[in-house]
Write a protein that binds this ligand. Structure first.
Ligand code: UDP
Length: 381
């Protein structure tokens, strides 16, 4: 009798990171994969499922404009519970640190279903930043039966919190599996402006920003910094795939709209976004996933946050934490454009987050909990 593993996910970054695991579960002869999307992000989620050829079995469709975190949590609890009862999974897999993850893991725990946490053990050390993600992942760790930690550092974080070492496996981050799979497909740009940019080969500053704790004044400052950079570097194109959230758009776009060398796009399909990262001269971001992907493409990454739960690439020298202060953003980006040695020092391809085999390690570890085969050696061991 095959064991059923239900994967519950809701946002674009979760979809990207669970996709290699869902595909590996589907291929396993003694495991059955059931997928549930909450739809916490809507179109951005559907886009990723399409790239990886995943058709969700259940869609809880919780998305609503402007809903509160509590409203969102309540919907996930309410709509997931009957699915857990109907499907009777042997394990529930969640990824990362969104509200979907916190609600789904607690809902599974309340139903007595073992929780598998992918990308377990990341810690910024500040419960308020990133908000609410740091709290979400700590809550999930408390009810998790199998922790799939991406790096030895994340394993250490869990052990420091007295987690049973026998329940922690170091897998590498599946974001690298997804990236390698996608880059291999060599997906062309559908946006003519980007295709032209690729031909011209001009310097490119790639920017993404969406973090909740930067909403308001800090994000306005980032918008002003981007306008100043566009004016100071007219030969450089600033490409900004703008997050769907109107709070983000209203803070940034008014400051950049008058510059011809700022190219604002809709959120990009994952394949095209990875192509754009590979073209970038400098990446300026507050994204978690981008912090993991860009170093493996040899791109200098400036992170607009005060802290990070991803210290590995900072230690390797390819990621630098710069916060959101307008002056500092202008200064740090300018330095990488003006000082070749500064750029060179950060532009080393490093892969502290994975080797492309994280999904295989994850599925082997899940199967081993059912007595089906052995775990694989840890990533980085
Ligand atoms: N990404 C994408 N299209 C975009 C911007 C980002 O596909 O226009 C991908 C990116 O490669 C990374 C993930 O989305 O894998 C990061 O998502 P996001 O920044 O929304 O979330 P975070 O990683 O901060 O949780």
């Amino acid at each position: 009798m095959s064991r059923r593993v239900m994967t519950v996910y809701g946002t674009r970054p979760e979809a990207i990171k669970v996709a290699p695991v869902v595909r590996a579960l589907e291929k396993h002869s003694e495991l059955e994969s059931v997928t549930v999307v909450t739809g916490q992000h809507r179109e951005m989620l559907d886009q990723v499922n399409a790239i990886f050829g995943i058709t969700p079995d259940h869609d809880l469709d919780v998305f609503a404009h402007g809903q509160t975190l509590n409203g969102l949590m309540a919907k996930v609890f309410g709509r997931l519970d009957p699915v857990l009862v109907d499907e009777q999974p042997d394990a529930v897999l969640v990824q990362g640190d969104t509200s979907t993850v916190a609600a789904a893991s607690i809902a599974a725990f309340y139903r007595g279903i073992p929780v598998v946490h992918l990308e377990a053990g990341l810690r910024s050390g500040d419960i308020h930043s990133p908000f609410p993600e740091e709290a979400n992942r700590r809550l999930t760790s408390q009810v998790t039966a199998l922790h799939l930690a991406p790096t030895p550092t994340s394993r250490e974080n869990l052990l420091r919190e007295a987690t049973d070492p026998g329940t922690v496996v170091v897998t590498g981050n599946t974001v690298i599996d997804a990236l390698l799979h996608t880059v291999e497909q060599d997906i062309p740009f559908t946006d003519d402006r980007l295709a032209r940019l690729e031909k011209e080969g001009r310097p490119l500053l790639l920017v993404t920003t969406h973090r909740r704790e930067s909403w308001g004044g800090a994000m306005e400052g980032v918008g002003r910094a981007l306008g100043r950079l566009a004016a100071a570097y007219p030969d450089t194109t600033v490409v900004l795939p703008a997050h769907r959230n109107p709070i983000v758009r209203e803070a940034i776009l008014p400051h950049v709209k008058s510059y011809e060398n700022v190219l604002v796009t809709e959120p990009m399909a994952y394949g095209e976004f990875t192509r754009l990262m590979a073209l970038a001269t400098v990446v300026l971001t507050d994204s978690g996933g981008v912090q993991e992907e860009a170093p493996s493409l040899g791109k200098p990454v400036l992170v607009m946050r005060e802290n990070t739960e991803r210290p590995e690439a900072v230690d390797a020298g390819t990621v630098r934490l710069i916060g959101t202060d307008e002056e500092r953003v202008v200064e740090e980006v300018s330095r990488l454009f003006d000082v070749e040695s500064a750029h060179r020092a950060m532009a080393n391809a490093v892969n502290p987050y994975g080797d492309g085999k994280a999904a295989a390690r994850s599925v082997a570890a899940i199967a081993a909990t059912f007595g089906l085969g052995e775990r694989l050696p840890d990533f980085g061991s």
